[in-house]
Design a protein around this ligand. Sequence first.
Ligand SMILES: O=C(O)CCC(=O)C(=O)O
Length: 252
Amino acid sequence: MELPERYARSLKEQGYCLIPDVLDTPSVQNLRQRLVDAAKRNVEQGIPTHVARLDPNEKNVRIFNVIDINPAFAELITHPSALSLVRHLLADDFLVSDVNANIAQPGSGSMVIHSDLAVVLPPPWTQPWSINVIWCLDNVREENGATRYLPGSHKFQTMNELPEDMAQEMMPLEAKAGSILAMDGRLWHTSGENRTLDEERALLFAYYTRSFIQQRCDFEVELSDATKATLSPELKKWLGLESLADAARTLS
Ligand SMILES: O=C(O)CCC(=O)C(=O)O
């Protein structure tokens, strides 16, 4: 499936695009509940849901290892809309670098400003070598902590180009539940503050990079043998689980 021109243009010109209505309401509600269950599972497994070096307080609940906890999240990675975005920017030469989620609860603060490509690759950032496909599992508004981006920053090649007052120049990425927000990995961004009293904001992040970039997550270690056994050969390849023997067979 080819990415429609308007989304391709938005990715190129704005560094992001919004695709509405990718998931219907029952699917969103189902995934939302699974995410809450996954957060509980993280706690049972002793995986911290707060990373102090990233977020100012514990109200931003980070959920890791989601594919292993629930295969429904693996399906999102291979959703045709996600793959059309990924293939548009990275062609067929990509790996899934990381899949995790953030639930910004009321009172959660803004995290460290970053670009996702800068996290995995030193400058200069000259090419769109990564893409974050963000699944909106709640309605996302400025007030409940919409991700904030720095307009035009996907064209920056080094950190010297970042303005001093960048936090003031950032804009919210608002979207309805069930949408995809996709960001060129070079776009500088942060989570917004959730200033509501009672509204959570859940986003699931599937981050893909060109295959020569080291993955953020070692799925060989993170995924159980039981989970690995359920994955298609294609998904295994995209998760970096193809063994050297498999690769050699492909070449021969
Ligand atoms: O939660 C958000 O809005 C942004 C999260 C993010 O950029 C990250 O976790 O790296």
